[in-house]
Design a protein around this ligand. Structure first.
Ligand code: ATP
Ligand code: MG
Length: 635
């Protein structure tokens, strides 16, 4: 039996038991057997969730890029590390081998050093989904600089806030980025952001679109000529286990962004371990995660997790609908993808389109499908299972957060039986607890409550950059002695977990706690419904009532809205109970979403309550224009 690679349900239970009974020994064995260390640790774990303080593999020395790159050179040097599939399908794909990636990372590391970047400096990476993004992250890690990747869809204000929050010394960007038919002026957005960023000393610019850009003398440099001159030899910087590896902001679009601080050794062990098990990766599989590297999913499951396992990871620059709605399936067919990992929001968007977009392509290479980011509703799950997996690929509904570093609750394919809407079981090392509002743990099964973690795992963030008090306040105060996720969950009779949504979104109607996910799931079962979001709003008698926003499928037929409302409520009554029926149902063409594609119920709640003047800044939304439409057609 291997702790590192679980292959069946029996084995999972055995490994899980061990991980709880002897957590330190469990992680020490995994760390020892699967990674290169320059110096062994003195202590596996030291922790206190009250302070909070968490240290893994204290005293160890290593470099994560030696584990991602150097150690693979002998056996996998000519194996493809990254397949780059450009936005435009007529541009050739690139296959970057481990040897080439190593050489590119070393060159980039030398450029960063020449530009004055030293160990501990923060480097902002504002790049589209091109190989230079992964190369830059790894180059930072190689020389001990801390990368802070900011999603390249963020506006100049959002970028500026993040640069200043981490007082970054340098930014790496590109002249522009391609997204479908659009070309975005990234350098222009950056220039706007850099009007008030006192810590920035230099800017490196990758050429991608050939757009004309302004270069500020003594500050801005084209990257290419610098790389040409740089040596492809760069020794690793010897890092301590708890040295910062990166800062990454959570995807929420309001308030002061939370810059989660992740450190070296624990993150390495955890991202690698979870990648191996959740995707059952084996060379020569081709693995594709369609997330953006600007989110934790991309950090852990496009870059670090796959490379740590010597995998072939596909990086896609484009969008699902360009040049046609079959683009994802075309990419899977073209590169014979074996594991495909995406978000429910993409699945729902793709499921709205005609199936002919799917049927044109050969998807028989697929073995495992994954989703992450939001609860996946049953209908979307079945669409994915039937049409993409052809009922032959386990679907891993993986739950985790930026704060966690890696997947926490998820089926292990071919081991854990899957059920739609259930993230199923905790991965080894993860000890969830459901709490009631009085802070008591709800033992046993068939309970639902606030989802907390009782014990640290190696990938947990160590702090919010520059604000440890906020870290404590946000995650370690509501339920002292545990890490509080902010999500609600239920544990069914068999011990499976279902994430019911964010607890901020929980609605109390006539004294009953209602999670958003199960109700939206029921609404989405209606054949005419494409997507929905529900929120609570004040009601004289019930305390709160439910307000639903529903997007209908485009069928061309004119449906009677009142009949639809009745049918939807009927479905909710059957599935959940009359208590969860909507007081109001508004039909809309879109829902406000974060840049990572998650529904922003906060804004919908304000509109439902008639507090339209308290929406806050909506410019950071993916689709701010939809807000006015929703206000105008409010019931
Ligand atoms: P912020 O914390 O700033 O509001 P965010 O929570 O959206 O942003 P992430 O860390 O990217 O930022 O997302 C984690 C959250 O996404 C989880 O807390 C959960 O609410 C949701 N989530 C992720 N995966 C799943 C899943 N498989 N099922 C249900 N919910 C999920
Ligand atoms: Mg969050």
């Amino acid at each position: 039996m291997s702790n590192y690679h679980i292959k069946g349900l029996e084995e999972y239970f055995q490994v899980y038991r061990k991980s709880v009974q002897q957590p330190e020994q469990f992680w020490a064995e995994i760390a020892e057997e699967n990674f290169v260390w320059r110096k062994r640790w003195d202590q596996v774990l030291q922790w206190d969730f009250h302070k909070p303080e968490i240290q893994w593999f204290q005293g160890a020395q290593l470099n994560i890029t030696e584990n991602c790159l150097d150690r693979h050179l002998y056996a996998l040097g000519d194996t493809t590390a990254i397949i780059f599939e450009p936005n435009d399908p007529s541009e050739p794909a690139q296959h970057i081998t481990y040897k080439e990636l190593h050489s590119r990372v070393c060159k980039m590391s030398n450029v960063l050093k020449d530009q004055g970047i030293q160990r501990g400096d923060r480097v902002c990476v504002y790049l589209p989904m091109i190989p230079d993004l992964a190369v830059t992250m790894l180059a930072c890690a190689r020389i001990g600089a801390v990368h802070s990747v900011v999603f390249a869809g963020f506006s100049s204000t959002a970028l500026q806030t993040r640069i200043n929050d981490a007082s970054c010394k340098m930014v790496i960007t590109s002249d522009g980025s391609y997204r479908g038919t659009k070309s975005i002026d990234l350098k222009g957005i950056l220039d706007e952001a850099l009007k008030e960023t006192p810590s920035i000393e230099s800017v490196l610019v990758v050429k991608r679109t050939g757009t004309e850009v302004k270069m500020k003398e003594n500050r801005d440099h084209w990257l290419e000529p610098l790389l040409e001159k740089a040596s492809d030899h760069c020794p690793i910087e010897m890092m301590e286990a708890e040295d910062p590896l990166f800062i990454l902001y959570t995807s929420g679009s309001t308030g002061k962004p939370k810059g989660m601080l992740h450190t070296t050794a624990g993150y390495m062990v955890y991202s690698a371990y979870t990648f191996k098990n959740v995707f059952q990766y084996q060379q020569p599989d081709v693995y594709w995660c369609s997330a953006d590297i600007g989110w934790i999913t991309g950090h852990s499951y496009i870059v670090y997790g796959p490379l740590l396992n010597g995998a072939t990871s596909l990086m896609f620059e484009g969008v699902p609908q360009y040049p046609h709605w079959g683009r994802f399936w075309e990419v899977i067919d073209k590169h014979k993808v074996n594991q495909f990992y995406t978000a429910p929001t993409s699945i729902r968007a793709l499921a709205k389109e005609n199936l002919s977009h799917v049927e044109k392509y050969d998807l028989s290479s697929l073995k495992i499908l994954g989703t992450v980011g939001e609860p996946i509703n049953e209908e979307a799950w079945h669409w994915y299972n039937d049409n993409i997996g052809k009922k032959n690929c386990p679907i891993v509904d993986s739950w985790f957060q930026t704060e966690n570093g890696g997947i926490m609750i998820s089926p292990i394919p071919f081991a854990t039986p899957t059920i739609p809407t259930f993230a199923t079981l905790p991965l080894p090392g993860i000890q969830p607890a459901l709490m009631n509002k009085d802070g008591e743990e709800l033992k046993g099964n068939q309970v639902s409550g606030f989802l907390c973690m009782k014990f640290p795992w190696p990938g947990i963030a160590r702090s919010i950059y520059g604000d440890h008090d906020r870290f404590k306040e946000t995650y370690f105060t509501a339920f002292p002695g545990t890490y509080f996720t902010g999500d609600g969950a239920l544990r069914d009779a068999t011990g499976y977990y279902r994430i019911t949504g964010r607890v901020d979104d929980v609605i109390i109607v006539s004294g009953h706690n209602l999670g958003t996910a199960p109700i939206e799931d029921a609404i989405n079962e209606h054949p005419a419904v494409a997507e929905s979001a529900i929120v609570g709003y004040p009601h004289d008698i019930k305390g709160n009532s439910l307000y639903g926003y529903v997007i209908l499928k485009e069928t061309g037929e004119d449906r009677n809205h009142d009949n639809l409302r009745n049918e939807i409520n009927q479905l909710i009554s059957e599935r959940i109970g009359a208590i969860a029926k909507m007081e109001k149902i508004q039909f809309t063409s879109g829902l406000p979403k974060t840049r990572s594609g998650k529904i922003m119920r906060r804004i919908l709640r304000k509109i439902a309550s008639g507090e339209m003047d308290e929406l806050g800044d909506i410019s950071t939304l993916l689709n701010p224009e939809v807000v006015q439409e929703i206000i105008d057609t409010r019931l």
